[in-house]
Write a protein that binds this ligand. Sequence first.
Ligand SMILES: [Zn+2]
Length: 348
Amino acid sequence: MKKSNLEYPFGKKHFPEAGNWQEVAEDVYWLRMPLPMSLDHINLWLLRDSDGWVIVDTGMHSDIGKDIWKKVERDLFKGEPVKKIIVTHMHPDHVGMAGWLTRRHHCDLWMAQTELLTCYRLVSDMGKQAPAVAIQFYEECGHNEEFLEMYRTRFGSYGKAISELPDNFRRLRDMQQLIINDRNWFAFATSGHSPEHMSLHCPDLKLIIAGDQLIPRISSNVSVHALEPEADPLHDWLESNEKILSQLPADLLVLPAHQEPFTGIHDRAQHLIDSHGRSLDRLFKHLDQPRRIVDCFSVLFKRPIKSSDMSAFLATGETRAHLNWLKLRNKITEVSDDDGVLWYQQTV
Ligand SMILES: [Zn+2]
């Protein structure tokens, strides 16, 4: 396997302490926000505008998060207004504090339409029971009752991790231009990790705020969800990385939502394409005999995935994404057994 060519201008595994920040380019600040999960932080970006500040991504809704934002307002913004809240995508660590911040600063939330509508939809699950088709989705994957019970308990929890969303928003579109402190920034839409993820590219500063699209040493989750069992997000993800290769310059500084800023954007995008290609090859070979989705985890993930682990949700979605990719290209077939469990095998 080719060695990574990424470089870390501020140091590999060097970052501001939780709740602190550092300037990474003129008028661009890197704020490190702690997260209460195994991925224990998110990088948020603060852009100095001519008449205030722009915040990109917001952290998960929490009291710690509120305290950190108050410290940023006091010690960095120093009373200057916040003009915009931009959110790259719908996951709670990104959008979690957006509603709270927009109300606090009387400013708009800027986000892709599909991302925001998906947020509203997931918030509406709060207090409801898991629908029968969603339980069926996980039964089809071969999961046991322990997993299904965990899913039922967890259902609707998205809304608890985000503050109340604003009642209106400003829509971000692909290639939309924003002017921040007399510099041009362009929204850059990709898909696969979430439906309409927006990065922000600033040619003047030669950098891109990349959200979860490009993380230096983590491959972002690409999942099929119960809402759309026949989705093909891996196609979208591979196409998005091709778009990065063809439309973005190679010499950008990448500001990712997790881990550290890096250079080598094309190497990273190509690595993601290649590693999914290898995963598809391994999975295809594994399907020389019929297998269920839960029987495929071992070929896609380096560590064992137990049904009782939260990571089993991500593993299920990601495995089904790879299986759907192969199935939709007629490389494998899918058969349902008498219990409704799906079995996959190479097409003969
Ligand atoms: Zn994400």
